[in-house]
Structures are given as structure tokens and as C-alpha cells.
Write a protein that binds this ligand. Structure first.
Ligand code: NAP
Length: 302
């Protein structure tokens, strides 16, 4: 194996290690994204995926310490557990009580959360949507909804309305948006500037089953809200990216409404993580191309 920018055999005894822990992770396109970034930056770094079963986050973090791993991405089901296993938390990870990125700083492991910043970057840089002063509605009340609600409020959104099947979860997400957050009704989607789908509704069935379990396949609607509630001039942001064009994205676009999938968020949160680990700004277009290629391969498998 070789890494063109480094020349010769690779990896070597000096190669730095980063990776993702989660279960499932065999579907993850994060290795494609991060290795493409390391390659483009000419870094002697490698990024691998590690299947770590629920309850084993503590052992995985201990291993990361012993192996002096440079960086770790954390995905389901470990984001909350890892928040209590690192030495320090960033302000965002403290607010969310969840970690998606672990950074080694000296002898310490610092937990951060780049999901919300990645989402806002995707809005700003890929969609030309500035959240400041805008009214936003988030459908969902899980980890992604909490990160998005918090980030939209931090970015200056005038209102963050959260709608979810379980009202308690919606309230938790809305609380993270502070005074601008509240639980609302789905009908309010017709009057906001931004509608976000932060539920798994619309995911490819194979992905839904592998990530959220077989029970999640029962009575799954095709879209998270009635498409007739949408209005031209709005932006619809689906956090789902597999398939690349969900029924929500397709339905919005067919009504002349701008819509994007979750790939931009995935790329930008990974870019934040890469920057935290290496101190270098990774080329987002290279990461984006790697993500699209990996997704096309996944589509071929499904
Ligand atoms: P999660 O913590 O499991 O939360 C899922 C939320 O969706 C819950 O609030 C749940 O409602 C709701 N929900 C699930 N199935 C539903 C259904 N059939 N009808 C109505 N509501 C339903 O998951 P998550 O981590 O927040 O992730 C949510 C989605 O975002 C997933 O598709 C994930 O892949 C995607 N995501 C994308 C990115 C990215 O970078 N693009 C990052 C993170 C997540 P209850 O509270 O009532 O159970």
C-alpha cells in the first residue's frame, strides 16, 4: 500500500492513528472522508473504523489513551458515554452532554462536538443560507436535533421551533436554543425560513435497520411532514444523506423549494474535527468528492 503524497511503502512505524468508534460503523464513510483529507494535506496519518459495542466506550477510550491515538470520532451509541470519559469538554460538548470528536492535547483527551458547527457551515457555505435573524423549525428530538437547535441559536437564529414525536425530547432540544427555543407544532413549518429534518425518516431502509434497529422500520412514513406545508423561499435541510435524494428533498424541489441533504453537514463536521486534530485546514472539496464516491459505492451495495 502507498500514499502518493508520502512516497514509498505506507503505513510505517511512524504513522499517526485516528479513527471512529461506534456500532454499527461498517457502513461509515468517515474513513473515506478523513483519509482523503490526510492524503491531500500530505500527512502521515491513517483513519480506521472500530466496531465498539454499546457499553464498551470506556475500554475504547482507555485504548485510545494507551495507543496515543491523535484523534477519535465518536458515533452511536457512544456520544453521551464518552462525555464522561474524557479529561475535559469543550463548551459545546458540555452544553450538549455529548461528544462526537476527541482531541489529544498534551497528555489529555478533550471531548468536543462538531455536529452543530458542521450543520451551520453547510448552510452558510454550501447553501448560502445565513441563520442570523431567521426563523427555523427542527423536526426531531434526538442527538442531531439537539446539536442543530443549539448551533442555530448560537448562530443568531431569531427562533428555533422544535417538533418531535416525544414532546419531552423536543423540549430538551428546544431548551438548548435558550430563550429563542420552544416546542411548536408541525403546521408552523409553513411560516419559517428553514425546515430541518433531524429524524431518520427518509433513510434507505438498509441504513435505517442497521443504525436504528429493525423496530425502526415499522410504520416509517416516507417524509417527516406534509409537503404541502412547505413554501417557496424556504430552505429544507434533510440531515439524511443515504439516499442522496430523499423523498423530502425531492418533494421540496419539485415544489420549487431549495433543499439539501445531510452530506454537507457530514463533510463540514469532519472538516472541523480534522482541523482540531491536525491544526491544518482540510480541503473541503476533496472531502466532499471522497464522500460522494463512498456514498455511490454504498448505493451500489444496498
Ligand atoms: P436519534 O438520537 O435516534 O433521534 C431520532 C429522532 O427521530 C427522535 O427524536 C425520534 O423521536 C425521531 N423519530 C425516529 N423515528 C421516527 C418516526 N418514525 N416518526 C417520527 N419521529 C421519529 O438519532 P439522531 O442521532 O438524532 O439522528 C437523526 C438523523 O439524523 C439520522 O437519520 C442520522 O443519520 C442523521 N444524522 C446526520 C448527520 C449528518 O452529518 N448528516 C449527523 C447526525 C445525525 P422520539 O424522540 O419520539 O423517539
Amino acid at each position: 500500500m502507498s500514499r502518493p503524497a508520502l512516497g514509498g511503502a505506507w503505513p510505517t512505524a511512524r504513522t499517526h492513528l485516528a479513527g471512529v468508534i461506534g456500532d454499527p460503523v461498517r457502513h461509515s464513510i468517515s474513513p473515506a472522508l478523513h483519509n482523503a483529507a490526510f492524503d491531500a494535506l500530505g500527512l502521515d496519518w491513517a483513519y480506521l473504523a472500530f466496531t465498539v459495542a454499546a457499553g464498551n466506550a470506556s475500554a475504547a477510550i482507555a485504548a485510545a489513551r494507551v495507543l496515543a491515538m491523535e484523534g477519535l470520532s465518536v458515533t452511536m451509541p457512544h456520544k453521551r458515554d464518552v462525555a464522561s470519559l474524557v479529561d475535559r469538554l469543550s463548551p459545546t460538548a458540555t452544553a450538549l452532554g455529548a461528544v462526537n470528536t476527541v482531541v489529544r492535547q498534551g497528555g489529555e483527551l478533550v471531548g468536543d462536538n462538531t455536529d452543530g458547527a458542521g450543520f451551520v457551515d453547510a448552510l452558510r457555505f454550501d447553501e448560502g443560507f445565513e441563520p442570523e435573524g431567521r426563523r427555523c423549525l427542527v423536526v426531531g428530538g434526538g442527538g442531531a436535533a439537539r446539536a442543530v437547535a443549539h448551533a442555530l441559536a448560537c448562530a443568531g437564529a431569531s427562533e428555533v421551533i422544535v417538533v418531535n414525536r416525544s414532546v419531552a425530547a423536543a423540549q430538551h432540544a428546544a431548551d438548548l436554543a435558550g430563550v429563542r427555543g420552544r416546542v411548536g407544532t408541525i403546521e408552523e413549518a409553513s411560516s419559517v425560513d428553514l425546515v430541518v429534518n433531524a429524524t431518520p425518516i427518509g433513510m434507505a431502509l438498509a441504513s435505517t435497520a442497521s443504525i436504528h434497529g429493525a423496530a425502526a422500520l415499522v410504520d416509517v412514513p416516507a417524509v417527516p411532514l406534509d409537503l404541502d406545508l412547505l413554501r417557496p423561499g424556504q430552505l429544507v435541510a434533510d440531515l439524511v444523506y443515504h439516499p442522496p435524494v430523499t423523498a423530502l428533498v425531492l418533494g421540496a424541489r419539485s415544489r420549487g423549494i431549495a433543499a439539501c441533504n445531510g452530506l454537507g453537514m457530514l463533510v463540514h463536521q469532519a472538516a472541523h474535527a480534522s482541523r482540531l486534530w491536525t491544526g491544518l485546514d482540510p480541503p473541503k472539496e476533496v472531502m466532499s468528492a471522497a464522500a460522494l464516491a463512498a456514498l455511490a459505492r454504498a448505493e451500489a451495495v444496498d
